[in-house]
Design a protein around this ligand. Structure first.
Ligand code: AMP
Length: 176
């Protein structure tokens, strides 16, 4: 990653205070999506560390993980699979619960989305506490896949999400 890219991403991200609830400083990635020069460079920066790692699947976490995960899967020429909120996927699913600050949530994947021997790259937009990404990793492992890494656009370093992903290679284009 070049320093120039780091700076361009940092200045493109929009801070929205008190969204979706009071006290949360929401990192809005839509200006990155709206920049057709920056977006492909971001996709390249998110995927490059995992080239040569024999990734067989990219799993994107609902919903903003889809926006980056699909072009990354196309770039690697491997299948993309969504990890979704409960009740969204139409076929047979495996589920994994995880705790957020004031509630718990669930991620689901189709049972045939990854399989034993799969080498999976997990993608999301923001790594905060790491609970969501850790649940996605557990879900993939329960389906028999191996998590090769976790790639995000932005890491909120103060929340130390990496600690919950300690056994995995975590890559962030920008850490704040
Ligand atoms: P966590 O499980 O705490 O790592 O939260 C990660 C998930 O919540 C990701 O899917 C993010 O899209 C979203 N998220 C958490 N905190 C923020 C934030 N401050 N700004 C934008 N998205 C966030």
């Amino acid at each position: 990653m070049t320093t120039a890219l780091h700076q361009r991403v940092t200045s493109a991200l929009r801070d929205v205070p008190d969204f979706p609830t009071a006290g949360i400083l929401f990192k809005d990635i839509t200006p990155v999506l709206a920049d057709p020069t920056l977006l492909p460079e971001v996709i390249t920066a998110m995927v490059t560390p995992f080239r040569g790692s024999d990734v067989t699947h990219v799993v994107g976490v609902e919903s903003r993980g889809f926006l980056f995960g699909v072009p990354m899967a196309l770039s690697l020429q491997v299948p993309f699979a969504p990890a979704r909120k409960p009740g969204k996927l139409p076929w047979r699913t495996q589920r994994e619960s995880y705790d957020l600050e004031y509630r718990s949530d669930v991620l689901e994947m189709h049972t045939d989305a990854v399989w034993a021997g799969a080498r999976v790259l997990v993608v999301d937009d923001v790594l905060a506490t790491g609970g969501t990404a850790a649940a996605a990793c557990r879900l993939i492992e329960r389906l028999g896949g191996e998590v090769i890494g976790v790639s995000v656009l932005l890491e909120l370093g103060a929340l130390n999400g990496r600690a919950r992903l300690a056994s995995h290679h975590v890559h962030a284009v920008v850490s704040v």
